[in-house]
Design a binder for this molecule. Structure first.
Ligand SMILES: *Cc1c(COP(=O)(O)O)cnc(C)c1O
Length: 464
């Protein structure tokens, strides 16, 4: 296993800008020790493990105190942001069933930058998502949100911040809208919930975004991101216990006895609950402020450096340590590919094309090296090359081809197209610029979704 790990991305070296959040070896080892201590324990029955019950309620209380909660606030720990969001949507659906039984298919209004977990919830729970385009500043458009309200709307969503560009939606306005129309309002603070309170404490000017805002009825915050907890830890908070009630489940008919469960999971692993409690108590607010200070200093260095490079820019006005880099004058995916060849992993985004940075402790000491390589990558991406011309030809022919093809054929075409751009002939293509260019230009979005699902099947099937 240790050997196979050699092929994984090297996040400890600060070369990966997503998926992992790091606050140093000492903090990690505290969380690991607590995790192992509760490796076998199960939070399903709180009377069997009062220790876990105590950890969960204290973690929820600490999170609530950071996010504008009061003695009315009620919530739970979950396995992650997705579960927290899914539960908020479930609670909204059940709330609507109780309050507004005439609604058949409840609707969620989500800015286009909102996390796919809301679409996933709608997919699972027979709800509908109305995606509202964000403004030029990448923030939710309040007027367009109001215009999207129908008699079936139950939930308005805003993010603090949204993942793609790191900007905070106008939460106060969205929540006021929800109040005006008697709707629920969820704030997705999955990535910001354990960062923004400390960014604010450092003196940065931030708008109110949490339960302190009238009209906000629930908020999600991931501990396994900037809380630096073990993976499998998030918190969902509701304004009061009667809203949270809609999330809970119980049955009294089962021969196995009375069964009740607050979240999606049945068996609830003790490790993530214990590790979250340990890291929050170990770091304390002062510890989080100190880490946040280092990360924000790194953010400022990167923002200043990017401002000084003519061909690239940061999109919108990011509130914390999540940035999107784009370009008007060159293909930003080429910059990503050049950085990839130098060992840096940045996620690609589209609408508009950009590269994504999630900055944390592992990047603090790598910033000079990163900025040097970024400048090199931009310079290289500006030079014309055979590969880029070939890419344009492939793009054009792909556009011609797919118009007349049955969808299954198109599905089969993609891995082959991907292989053409892989320098090793297998695995992840070394150059993603071409793939993204093609995807953005395909006329039938349904075909692309099938291709993606084909890949999901492939990745979850044992390799020969
Ligand atoms: C990460 C994230 C989520 C989803 O959380 P998971 O822990 O990946 O399930 C939701 N919203 C935002 C803004 C996020 O950054």
């Amino acid at each position: 296993m240790a050997a196979w790990r050699q092929n994984d991305v090297k996040w400890r070296e600060g070369k990966v800008f997503s998926l992992v959040f790091f606050a140093g070896e000492e903090a990690s080892s505290v969380a690991k020790e607590a995790f192992n201590l509760f490796f076998s324990e199960n939070g399903l029955n709180p009377t069997a493990f009062p220790s876990l019950r105590r950890f969960e309620t204290e973690v929820v209380a600490m999170t609530a105190s950071l996010l504008g909660g009061n003695e009315q606030t009620a919530g739970n720990m979950t396995s992650g942001g997705t579960e927290s969001i899914i539960l908020a949507c479930l609670a909204a659906r059940e709330w609507a069933r109780a309050q507004r039984p005439e609604v058949n298919t409840p609707e969620i209004i989500l800015p286009t930058t909102g996390h796919p977990a809301f679409d996933k919830a709608a997919h699972y729970f027979d709800m509908r998502v109305t995606h509202v385009p964000v403004g030029a500043d990448f923030r939710a458009d309040v007027a367009a949100t109001e215009a999207a309200i129908t008699p079936n709307t139950v939930l308005i969503v805003g993010s603090a911040p949204a993942y793609p560009h790191g900007v905070i939606d106008p939460i106060q306005e969205l929540a006021a809208l929800a109040q005006k129309h008697d709707l629920l309002c969820h704030v997705d603070a999955c990535v910001g919930g354990l960062m923004l309170p400390f960014v604010r404490r450092l003196g940065y000017d931030l708008p109110d975004f949490d339960l302190s805002v009238p009209g906000v009825t629930s908020i999600s915050a991931d501990l396994h991101k900037y809380g630096y907890a073990a993976k499998g830890a998030s918190v969902i908070l509701y304004r009061n216990a009667s809203l949270r009630r809609h999330q809970l489940f119980a049955t009294i008919e089962w021969p196995g006895g009375i069964y009740a469960s607050p979240t999606l999971a049945g068996t609830r692993p003790g490790g993530p609950i214990a590790a979250a409690w340990a890291i929050m108590n170990y770091l304390g607010e002062e510890g989080y402020v100190q880490i946040t200070k280092r990360v924000m200093a790194t953010v400022e260095r990167i923002r200043e450096a990017i401002d000084a490079i003519d061909d690239i820019e940061i999109l919108g006005e990011p509130a914390m340590s999540i940035l999107a880099i784009a370009s008007d004058s060159l293909d930003i995916y080429e910059v990503g590919d050049e950085l990839g060849l130098m060992g840096w992993h940045l996620d690609r985004q589209h609408y508009p094309a950009s590269l994504h940075l999630t900055l944390h402790g592992a990047h603090v000491d790598r910033v000079d090296e990163f900025l040097r390589d970024l400048r090199t990558a931009v310079a290289r991406a500006k030079k014309p090359s055979l590969g880029k011309t070939g890419r344009q030809i492939l793009l054009n022919s792909a556009r011609l081809l797919v118009n007349g093809l049955p969808s299954r054929w198109v599905s089969r075409l993609f891995p082959q197209a991907a292989a053409k751009f892989s320098s090793e002939g297998e695995g992840v293509p070394k150059r993603s610029a071409a793939m993204y260019g093609m995807m953005a230009n395909l006329p039938n979005r349904g075909d692309i979704k099938e291709v993606v699902l084909d890949l999901v099947e492939e990745f979850t099937t044992q390799q020969k």
